[in-house]
Design a protein around this ligand. Structure first.
Ligand code: SF4
Length: 237
């Protein structure tokens, strides 16, 4: 019998990137620690970053659901680009950068879009979400803190001086849409705090010392962590 789902899943699996050992600090793994409060996205936990840098293969790599999510995110970027073309906007897509941030290792990243507006270039970071993730936006009317940190990294090191970032968010389940504007210098966290966390990570790497857990099993960071099984084993040792 013809498996009608197979072509889609074959395509998505072909998009899956092989595990790559981290060689630069990435904005997506930006982390801030203020007292007991730790803010970072999935993959930003010190321990998860440590294993990645040390070349440890994830015990819980991205699955087919995750691949669907990533690919829908890319489709959303395609729609955005088509819209920019229709509007006749000058823009750049997937703008890569690498920067010396005063640490042993550099920071590198890729910005979804830079768009030329009347007052100069502005950044765009698109995100998709669903369910409870979307409820967070509706309730707080704020961008997710992990994405905010990501954009703080971009502000600092782009060749074009960017003062504003836009963060459109699209719900994959009910198509709810919203957008946030982030202005340089008007955020709760600073790039300096991010660098301090990466400095701490470099210390653990230098000493080959496993960092403590940033989160516990109930936190969403652990539920989606690529090292969940490995980390839980360490706890039980
Ligand atoms: S399971 Fe949680 S504490 Fe452990 S590495 Fe992953 S995010 Fe960090």
């Amino acid at each position: 019998m013809h498996d009608s789902i197979l072509p889609v899943e074959t395509y998505l699996r072909s998009k899956k990137k092989d595990f790559k050992v981290q060689e630069h600090h990435h904005p997506s793994s930006a982390r801030v620690a203020i007292g007991d409060k730790i803010v970072c996205g999935v993959g930003g936990c010190l321990r998860a970053q440590y294993w990645n840098w040390m070349g440890v293969e994830p015990t819980n790599p991205i699955n087919l659901n995750g691949l669907h999510n990533v690919t829908i995110g890319h489709a959303y970027e395609d729609w955005y680009e088509e819209g920019l073309k229709i509007l006749g906007k000058e823009y750049q897509r997937e703008v890569a950068f690498k920067a010396d941030i005063g640490l042993k290792y550099q920071m590198s990243g890729r910005i979804d879009f830079l768009v030329k507006e009347d007052n100069g270039w502005e950044g765009v970071e698109l995100k998709t979400s669903y369910g409870r993730g979307m409820d967070y936006y509706k309730k707080t009317k704020k961008p997710k803190e992990s994405y905010l940190l990501q954009m703080l990294c971009y502000f600092e090191y782009l060749e074009k001086p960017i003062k504003v970032f836009h963060n459109p968010v699209f719900a994959r389940d009910n198509f709810y849409r919203t957008t946030f504007k982030i202005e340089k210098g008007k955020t709760e966290y600073t790039f300096k705090q991010i660098v301090a966390s990466w400095r701490e990570l470099e210390g653990f790497l230098e000493r080959k010392e496993l960092p403590p857990r940033d989160f516990n099993d109930k936190d969403y960071q652990c539920r989606y962590c690529a090292y969940k099984n490995k980390c839980n084993k360490e706890v039980r040792k």
